[in-house]
Write a protein that binds this ligand. Structure first.
Ligand SMILES: [Ca+2]
Length: 301
């Protein structure tokens, strides 16, 4: 979905916007294993056609917007609380996760919202990261033929609220994460990290879940020094959880490694999370850095 070319989107943008405004009939078959937003029709109670910031740009597969490419985001005209975006499908879809991307500029920021599904169920949305990083929400799957996103609160600096993107995923969104490798470059080394498995481990504490993340690491150049303390999980509120010592289970814990080019290592990293933690990101967060080098969006199992 993110692989769609920008030129194609720009060329089609106005046509799609006009068609969807005139006749809200989805043109694509839904693939139940993919981003279901791509086969929905998006409408909004406010949009800005003059700047191509129309409702359909929230489902164009591109999570970008001002100060980047503003023609790939949905923006209202002066909208704040009570701004709405509606996705409609031709038939009910099984929905288990929604990923929201705020407009990337730091003025316009959604600090609260609701998702209302056509089956009558509602999911509360916590504040979205203001710079447009993804916020993933996972919930028990439900069948819905429409989804109403309503903004309930915004930052005081907001001018025109909107979204750069909304993704609607079926159950088991985690599967799309596994196997996705990311390359990281540090001043003196480079490293590839690939999550290979994730599981929740039973604990005695009902308020806490223990998440086991299995990783494969490969040195790409220089000497990459890496260990469990270099990984963190960040929830939708920005709270960071560092690795903890794992239980004695059958999976080898990741140790500290020094990897030269093409050397590999594998192991498990454990995180203790509150049960209600949602919108999880896996972050590679080397101790020498002030911030995460890169992240994966993680839907908690
Ligand atoms: Ca977009």
């Amino acid at each position: 979905m993110l692989g769609r070319t920008l030129s194609a989107i720009i060329a089609m943008g106005m046509v799609v916007a006009m068609l969807s405004a005139a006749s809200p009939v989805p043109s694509e078959e839904c693939d139940p294993a993919s981003n279901l937003a791509e086969c929905a029709v998006a409408t909004a109670n406010s949009e800005n056609p003059d700047t191509q910031q129309t409702a359909d740009k929230a489902i164009d597969g591109i999570a970008d917007g001002y100060p980047g490419d503003y023609t790939t985001e949905w923006a209202t005209i002066g909208g704040r609380e009570d701004s709405t975006l509606t996705l409609t499908w031709p038939s009910p879809q099984l929905v288990g996760s929604v990923v929201l991307f705020d407009r990337p500029n730091t003025d316009d920021n959604i600090t609260g919202a609701t998702l209302e599904f056509s089956d009558g169920s509602t999911v509360l949305v916590p504040p979205l990261p203001e710079s447009g990083e993804p916020l993933a929400l996972e919930f028990p799957p439900r069948e819905a033929s429409s989804l109403l996103f309503t903004v309930t609160s915004v930052s005081s600096s907001t001018y025109n609220i909107g979204l750069s993107e909304i993704e609607v995923l079926p159950e088991q969104a985690i599967a799309s994460l596994l196997g996705t490798a990311r390359n990281f470059t540090q001043p003196d080394s480079a490293l590839q990290v690939r999550p290979t498995a994730v599981a929740t481990i039973d604990t005695d504490d009902d308020d806490v879940r223990l998440l086991r993340l299995e990783l494969e690491l490969e040195g790409l150049g220089g000497t990459a020094t890496v260990g469990p303390s270099d990984f963190a999980i960040v929830d939708g509120t920005g709270t960071r959880y560092h690795a903890v010592k794992g239980p004695d289970d059958d999976v080898e814990p990741l140790g500290d490694h020094s990897l030269d080019m093409w050397e590999t290592a594998a192991g498990a990293v454990y995180f203790e999370l509150p049960m209600q933690a949602r919108g999880l990101l896996i972050a590679y967060w080397p101790s020498a850095n002030e911030r995460a080098v890169a992240t994966w969006t993680l839907s908690a199992p």
